[in-house]
Design a protein around this ligand. Sequence first.
Ligand code: ZN
Ligand code: ZN
Length: 129
Amino acid sequence: MMPRKAQCACGRLQVACEGDPALVSLCHCLECQRRTGSTYGIAAFFPREAVAVSGAASLYSRTSDSGFAVDHHFCPNCGSTVFWEPQRKPEYVAVAVGAFADPSFPAPDKAVYGRHRHPWVTAPADPHD
Ligand SMILES: [Zn+2]
Ligand SMILES: [Zn+2]
């Protein structure tokens, strides 16, 4: 299988991912809403060794509710967040599902932060919290 490719809006920051994601998670949290400008974010978690990054990235790090940092990597030219590194799961790299621009991409396995879900957003699975 050819690696799936994700990229920012302008195309300068690209990520190639081998194989299928280990987990796809939809997040309704307010931080994801602000980061994406949408009403939720979706992350595809790939094993670190399956991900190859090309192009320059800027870093925005924030502390998650778990107390661990999440390091977000975004294009310095267009601002799209393409991938992030959750320090709570250092063996994985999370890639923004929308950055693949691929409607055949695997659907979310779960949804989290359901308490922040916009009521019109249909959850793909029972929110965990
Ligand atoms: Zn860009
Ligand atoms: Zn979130």
